[in-house]
Design a binder for this molecule. Structure first.
Ligand SMILES: [Zn+2]
Ligand SMILES: [Zn+2]
Length: 259
């Protein structure tokens, strides 16, 4: 299994998962050209993409999906509510490239088993994904209002996790966002703070049920990589856990992890 965060953050998200002859893009929230460049940088030909999976209809997750689907004839997978919410944002999509899954129901693309799971976020029917490739599992869980038991259960036993660490609470509260927006981000349908990510990781690591961790979907205005990294690492250290977390960044691809 290969895993690479191509871009992560409030300005655009895309993650690559590869297994055997299957090449999956999870979200395509940047321009088509940027995603093509990211894929080329990790030696994946965009025309070899098997599918684009969509977590939810926000622009930072779908911006380039329509363009890539049209340019390379790639199927887009989403649940019905997400399709309804994003359809007129994507432009014309070939009938054969409109694919549906049901939240909570496992489906296959080639030899990759995929479980889309429910999460709390202010979109039509947002999901996270777990990917099962042979014995390995990777989970993508960003855009989370809070860490529900259901999301935690899906993250458990993952060899690779991309977890949201969206904002520093002080930066958000003291920052320039209007109050209604701050309230939205802080709500159960908003985004996970650095502290909440640290708390969730502490529990998962204590249960020894997690492998490589990437912190991602950082806010541009209310966070910085070193703050997210520092907050989470400190929280883990305070609990006697020495654990190296990785950062999924806004403008660069992560290393390609191959397990
Ligand atoms: Zn979102
Ligand atoms: Zn997002």
């Amino acid at each position: 299994m290969k895993f690479c965060s191509l871009r992560s953050g409030s300005s655009g998200n895309a993650t690559y998962i590869g297994y055997k002859d299957v090449n999956i893009l999870v979200d395509a929230g940047l321009s088509g050209r940027t995603i093509e460049k990211c894929l080329e940088n990790i030696n994946v030909n965009p025309s070899d993409l098997t599918a684009i999976l969509i977590t939810h209809e926000h622009n930072d997750h779908i911006k380039g999906a329509g363009i890539l689907s049209r340019r390379y004839n790639i199927p887009i997978y989403a649940n019905e509510a997400t399709w309804s919410a994003m359809e007129n944002l994507l432009g014309e999509i070939d009938y054969n490239n409109k694919c549906y899954f049901k939240t909570g129901e496992v489906f296959n693309i080639g030899d990759v088993r995929i479980r889309p799971f429910k999460k709390s976020h202010d979109a039509a029917e947002p999901v996270g994904f777990s990917f099962f490739c042979g014995r390995n599992k990777a989970t993508i869980a960003t855009d989370l209002g809070y860490m529900s038991k259901g999301v935690a259960a899906n993250i458990m036993d993952s060899d690779i996790v991309l977890l949201e660490s969206n904002h520093d609470l002080d930066m958000l509260i003291n920052g320039s966002y209007p109050w209604p927006l701050k309230k939205r981000i802080l709500s159960d349908h908003g985004h996970l703070s650095n502290k909440a990510a640290g708390e969730a990781l502490k529990k998962l690591i204590e249960m020894k049920s997690i492998g490589i961790v990437y912190l991602g979907h950082l806010s541009q205005n209310n966070n910085r990589p070193e703050i997210a990294y520092g907050t989470v690492t400190e929280m883990l250290k305070e609990n006697g856990i020495n654990y190296e977390v990785n950062m999924a960044l806004r403008y660069t691809e992560s290393d390609v992890i191959e397990i």
